[in-house]
Design a binder for this molecule. Structure first.
Ligand code: FAD
Length: 286
């Protein structure tokens, strides 16, 4: 089923992101996580794609097949293009089609000094425009409530997002953020720019100190004072940080759900305990 159908038929979606296990671990190791995630009846599960030409990409496809055929849940396959040429992308698309995958999150991918970029695709919209004439996928795109780090300003950000939607993205999934006001403001900007596809907020419960350090170094998300106080207070207390991080994410999600957003996308980090706790917290709401 195409994800666009879900948004035609359902008011609010619940979806998860997972990543394939590393090359030296068994793909079956993810089954414990999927067993739990499937009990939570998500509308779809998206599977990340190794950045910068990593050889883990076939695992994305294998995992998506498992989600679809073993668990009966609709998968969304992430596909990046910056480090691939047209022939390589065409080959991925052929395999996805042959395997019955219908939904693709079209991405540019992060720049990576260690991997040479190829010249065929500069942006995610190029990937959608290239595949759309020959492949009947439902394309989704990424969006950034607090701007992509390379964007010169918000006007440029929103204009580029509009061109992604005009190229064929039928829904947008956001980068994680911790300040809901930033998302609400961004959602308004999308409406003003006639971006009329579902804009799904991505939420990541932050539950350990390593994750927090990674967030600070990798993404543009601002940490509201309320969130910083939690980190300061509990950074050396693993259990307390877990509880406080979960509660923060839950309150963020409930605040989002009572607004007019179309769903929640949960960055699970392959942690079924996190997904279960969140789902229990909103089971009468979604
Ligand atoms: P683009 O849409 O190409 O945008 C990149 C930059 O270029 C932005 O600043 C944008 O404003 C600008 N831009 C866009 N179009 C144009 C244009 N036509 N002309 C000029 N400028 C333009 N990375 C992975 O490697 N694997 C994954 O599985 C993965 N999953 C992700 C899932 C989500 C929900 C999100 C939000 C990100 C994900 N990423 C993933 C990270 C993503 O690859 C990076 O953020 C990357 O730097 C940008 O990808 P994009 O598709 O948003 O790029």
């Amino acid at each position: 089923m195409k994800i666009s159908e879900i948004y035609k038929n359902k008011k609010k979606s619940l979806s998860f992101e997972i990543f394939p296990p590393k090359k030296d671990s068994q793909l079956d190791n993810i089954d414990d996580t999927l067993d739990v995630l499937s009990e939570l009846h998500p509308d779809f599960i998206s599977v990340t794609f190794g950045a910068g030409g990593s050889s883990n990409c076939n695992r994305t496809i294998e995992l998506a097949k498992k989600i679809k055929y073993k668990y009966g849940i609709e998968p969304v396959v992430h596909l990046t293009c910056l480090h691939y040429d047209k022939a390589e992308i065409e080959e991925f698309a052929r395999v996805l089609k042959a395997e019955g995958i219908e939904n693709v999150l079209a991405l540019r991918g992060d720049k990576n000094d260690r991997v040479k970029e190829k010249d065929d695709f500069r942006h995610s919209s190029d990937l959608i425009s290239f595949l759309k004439p020959d492949y009947d996928f439902c394309f989704l795109g990424a969006c950034y409530p607090e701007c992509h780090p390379e964007s010169p300003n918000r006007v440029s950000e929103i204009k580029c997002l509009k061109s992604k939607v005009d190229a064929g993205a039928e829904a947008l999934i956001s980068q994680l953020f911790f300040d809901n006001e930033a998302f609400f403001h961004f959602n308004e900007e999308c409406k003003i720019a006639d971006i009329d596809v579902p804009v799904i907020p991505g939420v990541m419960p932050v539950i350990n100190a390593t994750q927090i350090k990674r967030m600070i170094s990798m993404c543009n998300a601002t940490f509201p004072e309320r969130f910083e106080r939690i980190i300061r207070r509990y950074e050396d207390n693993k259990e307390a940080l877990f509880d406080a991080g979960m509660s923060y994410a839950l309150s963020q999600i409930i605040d989002l759900l009572v607004s007019d957003i179309r769903g929640i996308h949960l960055y699970t980090m392959n942690n079924p305990i996190v997904a279960r706790r969140i789902c229990e917290g909103i089971k009468n709401i979604v």
